[in-house]
Design a protein around this ligand. Structure first.
Ligand code: PFF
Length: 450
């Protein structure tokens, strides 16, 4: 099928690009998912593995995905395929981009459900529902939300419509503006909650829980969870960073920009951990209680602190914003693909992609209530969508991206593009050719054996 020619937009500045990339990376993965995965996967041992995965696997793959997108200048499938062809390699590499688009599509379906929880909690906290409530009552409120398919569908729909509206506006207008305003605000409110925790106890316990690893708890499952999450949190393996790279100007330094994104993303995740675990320990909650963790812990603090209603409302607003800057990036590859491959314009492409994703999201949210009996190997639809992507599609697509850049592209051209001196280039080669791909493989194999 031929590709329609259209003016391919560019980021208005490299600062705008960093903001948008951080906007994509920082989201529910940091604030909702990271803490509960820490709790489910043995605490500090997960944190440590995750940090190693970010540095040695996530970072080089982020660079690889941008590099492919910047060279290809198209949607992820055609970027992979065109770059491969230009290096006399098989156009079948385009399949990797396709897997990525599919993964992003699936992730957005359940991501939007959680975005809906956050929206719902803006109204709950905002109306003072949690003031003076104990942890049991707060837990009951959360369970009641999960049990109500109508409520979940309503808020999932609102979240999806917001995402589609922003994406429909176009890349420079929608994404950049949103990222510039919303990300710094999130940092501020996290710092505020940290301050509250320092004053209210449980902080030292949380620090030791997050940073003193018990290596006896390390196993293949923990490794795979940490690896999968490092992909999820950096938005890797989903064609997203490839698509963003396609809007990236030549002057942007990929390595420095990737370093900034990795650091900011990690800082936000760790701050979220320090915001949540002191409350968990102070109130005797179970760190391993799963996806509801932030929704049953933070409202306790908001119900207790001075001006908690205001601060809690702001917090859930900001989580929603962070989720939106990520969800718009999840929708972008599917929309860009439809726009370039079919006769649909951007508006139509946005409507079609978001409607199908919305439907899949409804199936996911029903697994918390009406369809809870339907499981495959003990997993409901929500869990299946999460696991298939995080533990399988993302690592595989990421592995392919780094193998492609490390072993298929002319290394001279990669070196020129990264602008590296001799020593740094050798280091890059060791990481990109061996450490990152072998790391992904080891994790896969050890999880199969555990
Ligand atoms: N990386 C974002 C997060 O951690 O919340 C969200 C996200 C964006 C996840 C894009 C996955 C993705 F493909």
């Amino acid at each position: 099928m031929s590709i329609k020619k259209h003016d391919h937009a560019q980021w208005s500045s490299s600062f705008g690009f960093v903001l948008a990339a951080v906007g994509s990376a920082v989201g529910l993965g940091n604030i909702w998912k990271f803490p509960y995965m820490v709790g489910e996967s043995g605490g500090a041992v997960f944190v440590l593995t995750y940090l190693v995965c970010i540095a040695l696997i996530g970072f080089p793959i982020l660079v690889a995905e941008w590099l492919i997108g910047r060279r290809g200048q198209k949607n992820p499938i055609n970027s992979f395929a065109d770059v491969a062809i230009s290096e006399n390699k098989s156009s079948a590499w385009g399949i990797v981009g396709g897997v990525g688009i599919l993964a992003g599509f699936i992730v957005l379906s359940f991501y939007s459900v959680i975005g809906g929880w956050a929206l719902n909690y803006i109204t709950k906290v905002g109306t003072g529902s949690f003031v003076g409530q104990d942890s049991d009552a707060i837990g009951t409120t959360f369970d009641a939300m999960l049990a109500a398919p109508g409520t979940l569908t309503l808020w999932h729909t609102v979240f999806m419509v917001l995402t589609a509206l922003i994406v429909g506006v176009g890349v420079t207008g929608g994404i950049e503006k949103a990222a510039k305003v919303l990300m710094p605000l999130l940092g501020l409110i996290l710092v505020f909650i940290l301050g509250y925790n320092v004053l209210n106890g449980g902080f030292a316990e949380a620090v030791s829980y997050l940073f003193t690893p018990d290596f006896g708890k390390l196993n293949g499952d923990v490794l795979l969870a940490a690896l999968g999450h490092s992909f999820f949190t950096l938005s890797l393996g989903m064609g997203i960073m490839v698509a963003y790279g396609s809007y990236l100007g030549r002057e942007v330094n990929l390595l420095k920009t990737a370093r900034t994104v990795c650091i900011l993303d990690t800082v936000v995740a760790l701050a979220a951990g320090l915001a949540i675990f002191p409350i968990i320990f102070n109130h005797g909650l179970d760190p391993a209680s799963g996806p509801g963790l932030i929704f049953v812990s933070l409202p306790i603090a908001f119900g207790d602190m001075t001006a908690g209603t205001l601060i809690g409302t702001l917090f859930f607003l900001l989580i929603t914003f962070a989720a939106l800057t990520s969800s718009i990036s999840l929708l972008e590859p599917s929309v860009e693909f439809l726009e370039e491959r079919t006769s649909m314009n951007r508006t139509m492409s946005t409507i079609v992609a978001s409607s199908v994703i919305w439907l899949l999201g409804v199936a996911a949210l029903l697994s918390f209530n009406l369809w809870s009996e339907f499981t495959i190997m003990g997993n409901g639809i929500f869990d299946i969508l999460d696991k298939v992507t995080s533990k399988f599609l993302l690592p595989l697509a990421g592995l392919a991206a780094i193998l492609f850049v490390g072993w298929q592209l002319s290394q001279d051209s990669v070196r020129r593009e990264l602008g590296l001196s001799d020593g740094a280039w050798s280091l890059w080669q060791i990481v990109a050719k061996f450490i990152a791909p072998v790391g992904v493989l080891i994790v896969f194999i050890s999880s199969l054996m555990s």
